[in-house]
Design a protein. Structure first.
Length: 439
């Protein structure tokens, strides 16, 4: 008796849940059909593939969950689709991954998308969305990765985004956002990547900015209007691999504490005219550095020679500063391809050993300094050298004849020095390379 009641109840339960899931998959199909009808589809990708008689789960760009057969992922990246996004997408309530990046969608984001409670990844990058970044994005509590880059979003970054303790990646780069960086951004302990390059954000970085973001790997804030000091608290962002603060209006000293970010591979601080002081010695401790650019940052003093011992460096640029002292030899940098030190106040001779036979160096810009002496003959060991700019210095003596044997050399700039016999060599070079003496 009891058993039959239970089995009766159970079958009702089964029937109704079957009915529910059937309804739901129909909802998913309706939602996607509405989306298709509101979308311009120049390559007829959706119009040929998303047909009424096939299951949504077989449609291109659509993935369903194994159990419920509900749509869990929609990936239509790069199909050149256009139009406004149908609010009906908000009915895909099982959606976890939404990627419609690299299309031409326009308008504002429909509020109905706030119904996508299970969403983990939302990628709307490289479209033409406009308006303010909606505050309701902060209510998508499962969201881990939010990409809104390269649209025309305006206004400020809503604080509500940081109400989410699961957020790992925030990419708002290449928009037109203004106002300050909400302090809450530095309070999301799960955050790994903050990409806000190329906006119009202003104000200061909070002094305690690295207290609560122990997982941060990428902090990209270049091309904004930020000012004030780089907080010395920066060392607490220990996992940082990319630090990009260039093209802002930062001032003060570059903090020594940057030398404690031992995971750093890219360090970009250039084009901040308000800096003063020198290159911190401690940067020489960063043994994973690959690319360093601190151009045009009012730096004075010597370049710590320890930097010329970081064997992973491929690109080193300190141009347009007031650095002085001599140029350390860079033969300990087997990976270095580009060295830009032009327009400084370097003195002394060119390093007597510039490269050895392990060097990868391709481009060396040392123009507009006060270098003296001869061009060292062993410049010829720079087997991969394509460009050498020594113009506007006080170099003298002969130009080594064998420079003509460095087979990769395409461009050589030697103008405004005190070389002897330059015109003889000019004639030889003209036949060998494309050469610009007056560049
Ligand atoms: C869809 O079904 C119609 C008939 O209901 C059929 O004529 C058509 O060929 C079917 N299309 C596909 C892609 O199966
Ligand atoms: C739609 O595209 C998917 C994935 O490319 C393919 O497996 C399926 O057969 C296509 N369906 C139709 C009706 O063209
Ligand atoms: C969508 O597809 C593109 C290209 O196939 C891929 O790079 C991207 O990771 C996919 N997005 C998601 C959320 O899986
Ligand atoms: C789907 O979404 C639209 C717009 O948000 C709504 O009007 C409609 O009722 C929804 N459909 C279902 C079946 O839930
Ligand atoms: C940004 O979007 C524009 C079109 O809206 C495109 O031409 C450009 O390549 C995109 N830039 C990047 C870096 O993806
Ligand atoms: C912040 O999160 C809480 C809990 O997740 C939620 O109730 C609240 O609506 C959120 N606030 C905003 C502004 O999104
Ligand atoms: C900044 O973004 C705009 C698009 O919003 C783009 O046209 C421009 O090239 C970007 N600038 C830089 C320096 O990346
Ligand atoms: C940081 O988060 C804590 C709780 O996680 C909260 O009490 C505090 O107000 C937040 N601070 C900011 C600046 O948002
Ligand atoms: C940069 O900051 C200085 C103060 O440090 C200020 O005087 C100057 O106006 C700022 N420049 C710009 C372009 O914002
Ligand atoms: C970092 O560099 C400074 C100055 O060059 C040096 O005194 C210090 O010992 C270094 N620290 C580590 C951990 O290597
Ligand atoms: C550079 O490395 C060499 C050996 O690897 C070492 O002898 C020298 O002291 C180092 N120079 C600096 C300035 O760290
Ligand atoms: C590279 O230089 C070292 C010493 O500087 C020399 O022993 C070796 O033979 C050279 N290798 C080549 C391939 O020239």
């Amino acid at each position: 008796m009891e058993g039959s009641i239970i089995s009766f109840l159970l079958s009702i339960l089964l029937l109704s849940s079957f009915g529910l899931s059937l309804n739901s998959i129909i909802t998913d199909k309706d939602s996607l059909m509405s989306f298709k009808h509101s979308t311009s589809d120049p390559y007829s990708i959706l119009s040929t593939n998303w047909s009424q008689n096939t299951s949504v789960c077989d449609w291109i760009g659509v993935s369903c969950g194994l159990k419920h057969r509900r749509v869990i992922a929609l990936n239509l990246s790069g199909y050149d689709l256009a139009g406004t996004v149908a609010p009906h997408l908000g009915n895909l309530t099982f959606l976890r991954y939404l990627d419609i990046s690299f299309n031409s969608f326009t308008g504002i984001l429909p509020f109905e998308l706030s119904k996508l409670r299970r969403l983990k990844v939302m990628n709307l990058g490289t479209n033409s969305y406009t308006g303010e970044i909606p505050t309701w994005l902060g209510s998508l509590s499962q969201l881990e990765e939010l990409y809104l880059y390269n649209n025309t979003f305006l206004g400020t970054i809503p604080t509500s985004l940081f109400n989410n303790s699961n957020l790992q990646i925030l990419a708002l780069n290449d928009n037109q956002l203004s106002g300050p960086i909400p302090h809450g951004m530095f309070n999301v302990s799960s955050i790994r990547e903050i990409r806000i390059r190329n906006n119009s954000l202003s104000g200061w970085l909070p002094n305690e900015m690295c207290n609560n973001i122990p997982n941060i790997k990428i902090l990209s804030l270049s091309y904004n209007r930020l000012e004030g000091h780089i907080p010395s608290n920066i060392w607490k962002c220990r996992p940082l691999e990319i630090l990009s603060l260039s093209f802002n209006n930062f001032s003060g000293n570059i903090p020594h504490e940057i030398g404690r970010l031992t995971m750093l591979t890219y360090l970009y601080l250039g084009y901040n005219n308000g800096f003063r002081g020198g290159v911190p010695l401690e940067i020489g401790n960063l043994t994973r550095l690959e690319r360093v650019n601190i151009d045009s940052a009012s730096l004075t003093g010597d370049i710590p020679s320890s930097i010329f011992n970081i064997s992973s460096l491929t690109f080193l640029s300190f141009s347009d500063n007031s650095l002085s002292g001599s140029i350390p030899t860079f033969h300990n940098l087997p990976m270095l391809e580009k060295l830009y030190l032009y327009n400084n106040k370097f003195t002394g001779w060119l390093p007597s050993i510039m490269c050895n036979n392990k060097s990868s160096i391709k481009e060396v810009y040392l123009s507009e300094n006060q270098l003296e002496g001869n061009i060292p003959p062993n410049i010829l060991s720079c087997k991969h050298l394509e460009l050498l700019d020594l113009s506007q210095n006080n170099l003298r003596g002969n130009i080594p004849r064998a420079i003509g044997n460095t087979s990769m050399l395409r461009e050589l700039y030697l103008a405004f020095n005190n070389f002897t016999g330059i015109f003889l060599y000019m004639i030889i070079f003209v036949f060998l390379f494309y050469i610009t003496l007056f560049g």
